[in-house]
Write a protein that binds this ligand. Sequence first.
Ligand code: FAD
Length: 460
Amino acid sequence: MPDVSCKIAVIGAGTAGLAAFRSARELTDDVLLIESGPLGTTCAREGCMPSKALIASAKVAATARGGESFGVKTSVKVDGPAVMKRVRRLRDHFVDGVIEGYRAIPEAQRLRGRAKFLAPGILDVGGRRVEAERIVIATGSEAVIPGDIAEATGGRFMTVGDIFELHGLPERLLILGSGVIGCEIADSMASLGVEVSCLSKGGDISFLSDPLVKSAAETILKGHFRLLPDAEFELLGWEGDVFSVKLAEGDGPQTEGFDAVLVATGRKPSLNDLNLEKAGLELDDQGTPQFDELTRLCRGSEDKPVFIAGDADAETMVLPRANWTGEAAGRNAANWPSVGKADAPPTMGICFTEPSMAQVGKRFSEVEDRDDLLIGCADFSDQGRAICEGRNEGILRIYGSAKDQKILGAEMIGPDAEHHAHILALMLRQEITISEAQEMPAYHPVTEEGLRTALRNLSD
Ligand SMILES: Cc1cc2nc3c(=O)[nH]c(=O)nc-3n(C[C@H](O)[C@H](O)[C@H](O)COP(=O)(O)OP(=O)(O)OC[C@H]3O[C@@H](n4cnc5c(N)ncnc54)[C@H](O)[C@@H]3O)c2cc1C
């Protein structure tokens, strides 16, 4: 006899799991939400929200420091402990809100403990046996720590969640990795007066794939902190409170010391403890389930259906995607065997540096080989409103199809990039033609005029 049996078990009470739970519960009460970790979701506890709280303080510092060029004299002193206290206060506020929602779920529908598969449709949750007709995997993701970094640091490093636990700001911060998290933390810490070196291998800058946008981003960010996205370096290790790195830059190798090390070398799905080999699923050679993107059904699980949602599926790891994949997985689990294909929104990525970087729809790397490719570009260095505000840097590139007369996607760095990406996402969602998009209204003077310029010069 199982300890618990239910129609649907959702593993993980993060954004995707909560969305799956909610959408399944609209159709049946027989749903169990299983969670092992601290409650509150990655977004609120160590992701989107505390990082944006830190960035908000950084933005105030950068604006105040730049006041003189506007004829406004200020003297700026960053109070590190106060900045970090505010970050934690806001983080706790967001986490508490999520926990309140979780506690409102009837006790019979939630279970605390680590879930792992014993067989298809059967889980062990902290020693209790749970039998479920259908299961949703929404276990999120975790930081990747490369072996050489773990070894050189002897485990003495921070991942992004640890940053928000700091009670003051380090003087010299080494960030390994120039992806979205590396760039956001590097840019904000530098604005707060921390001496930041962000080193990476391979040349990536956030999610950008368009060489022109990437090159603009590299130039802009290099003006804020030391950024070496394809660096030659050797991690030497800690000596007392100083972590040393041998770095080839300029005149040759030099050794430098840092007070703190942040590892931001990417994230991987948290699937290791699930015993997926016992779940009867088709797995790839990384052990990730194969699934249908729109139904969220894992291949090989048709007898005992398993759905997957959020960061756990190893695709683009962002919150809006965790939400819609969670909703789709929960709804299809409840409706099984009748499954619907979810209406996937256009992909969007935003990296909240100042100025921000954004990507919407197809990336350049996905469209560059098309023989009907149209590209429209706007250069913000000469954009009226951006000049008035001293934010005139960056470029925006939009990709279109000459054959279909449709917008395909865009990449950008520049003033208000996060908002331009949203306008373009709406256009993609509405599937409007290029000529309809070119009629986009814009007030004056606004940075949206830059977006309209790029749309108007979409050509091959
Ligand atoms: C620093 C940072 C900044 C970010 N900024 C943004 C941003 O600005 N915008 C944006 O859109 N996205 C951002 N993201 C990404 C976003 O936070 C994630 O995509 C989203 O939170 C993923 O939600 P999830 O439900 O898949 O995972 P999670 O919220 O991590 O939920 C997974 C849950 O599963 C539980 N779990 C795992 N294994 C088991 C098990 N075996 N049994 C039981 N429970 C288990 C975990 O404890 C966890 O609670 C950021 C991420 C980070 C790290």
